[in-house]
Write a protein that binds this ligand. Structure first.
Ligand SMILES: *Cc1c(COP(=O)(O)O)cnc(C)c1O
Length: 392
């Protein structure tokens, strides 16, 4: 096992080692965490709508816990498929205006399980270079050809579609909003290419489900493209504030996945309390549009103040705001300095992002107030000057 120590040391030397730190939440204050007895404004959570502590969700979960028990006891194909599952899947299909929906344990398992169920040897998956690791792992598991195209480069994608024209099945996969950059995929162009080349299209709405569309249906709906997307995936772990994932599409697709998606077949069903919490969150996501409006206003405010200060924050308009510093060590020091100022915002380093693009990834929430964000921007500005990320 000596090799392990050595490899870990070289990771640490490159400022690339990861380790865990404990934090606790504050009941009723989803915008803050406590870490080592310090109160921190949480700017690194994916609780975009601030639902993680919603009393109605907690109550629904408590009730289900007391009636259905702690765990579901088996896979859904065995005896784990409790009633709350069926009700939730009906509500999801209604929300997405699609034929059928399937709940899965989490986004990672949904992406890896669905992609590996759709394609195999002899097929090809076209995947944006910045797609989430769970999709990449699904492609590797599937044993299909992995045709990676440069980020949002539709010409490159077209070249690859031509190159692999003769493959049996073709699947294009993309994040709708990219998780580490906060920019959007070119969904209209992807839909056009999918039709032109006879490919399937899968869109991951982990960072857009709940956040776009009048009822939070996601970016595909907001753009009117929902009927052109074959496999619509999203999670309950982010803007829903709970845990889990969904797949929406045709009845045939869901029937296929029930038979072929291995993480669904060979893993225990989510606890009924989680499913009950998701169902309540789904009602709130649809009804409480003000959360989306607040989130959007917060994103505009925060983005424009960092932009004016002269930071490189990429090109999106989402609540994911990357402050790109480049160097791994500078990113770590920036994050440490923020913590001293009462702000939790993690440094994201390779391999999560490409080499030389280490960053602080801020993610905003509807619970952040204008005052908190203005204060945070001022501190970020000061630290940027001190660390030489900004020139004075
Ligand atoms: C977070 C994330 C996932 C994984 O979802 P979990 O429910 O956390 O497992 C999948 N895709 C994208 C784009 C994500 O950001």
């Amino acid at each position: 096992m000596n090799w392990m120590e050595k490899e870990l040391e070289s990771l640490a030397d490159a400022s690339l080692e990861r380790s865990l730190r404990a934090s606790s939440s504050i009941p009723g204050s989803p915008g803050y965490i406590i870490r080592e007895e310090q109160l921190l404004l949480n700017m690194s959570s994916n609780d975009y709508l601030g639902l993680s502590q919603h009393p109605a969700i907690l109550e629904a979960m408590r009730e289900a816990l007391l009636t259905e028990g702690a765990g579901s006891g088996a896979s859904r194909h065995v005896t784990g498929n409790r009633l709350p599952y069926d009700r939730l899947e009906e509500a999801l299909a209604e929300w997405q205006n699609c034929e059928a929906a399937l709940v899965m344990a989490n986004g990672y398992m949904a992406n890896s399980g669905v992609i590996s169920a759709l394609v195999s040897r002899g097929d090809v998956v076209f995947s944006d270079q910045l797609n989430h690791a769970s999709m990449v792992d699904g492609i590797v598991l599937s044993r299909a050809e992995h045709a990676r195209y440069r980020h949002n480069d539709m010409e490159h994608l077209r070249t690859l579609l031509n190159k692999y024209r003769d493959k049996r099945r073709k699947l294009i996969v993309t994040d709708a909003v990219f998780s580490m950059d906060g920019d959007q995929a070119y969904l209209r162009e992807l839909v056009a290419l999918k039709h032109e080349y006879g490919a399937m299209l899968m869109v991951d709405e982990a960072h857009s489900g709940g956040m776009y569309g009048v009822r939070g249906e996601g970016l595909c709906h907001e753009l009117g493209l929902q009927n052109d997307v074959d496999i619509h995936m999203g999670t309950f772990s982010k803007s829903f504030g709970v845990y889990g994932a969904y797949i929406c599409g045709s009845r045939t697709l869901i029937r296929w996945l029930l038979n072929k998606a291995r993480p669904l077949i060979y893993s225990t069903a989510l606890p009924p309390s989680i499913v009950a919490g998701i169902s309540k969150a789904l009602v709130l996501v649809q009804e409480e549009h003000w959360r989306r409006e607040k989130l959007y206003a917060a994103s505009m405010l925060f983005r424009s103040s960092l932009c004016e200060a002269g930071f490189n924050i990429g090109s999106g308009d989402s609540p994911i705001v990357p402050l790109i510093v480049g160097d791994n060590d500078v990113a770590l020091r920036f994050s440490g300095a923020l913590e001293e100022e009462g702000i939790a915002a993690v440094a994201i380093r390779p391999p999560t992002v490409p080499d030389g693009t280490a960053r602080i990834r801020f993610s905003l929430s509807a619970v952040h107030t204008e005052k908190e964000l203005t204060n945070a921007s001022e501190r970020i500005h000061t630290i940027g000057l001190r660390l030489g990320v900004l020139s004075s």
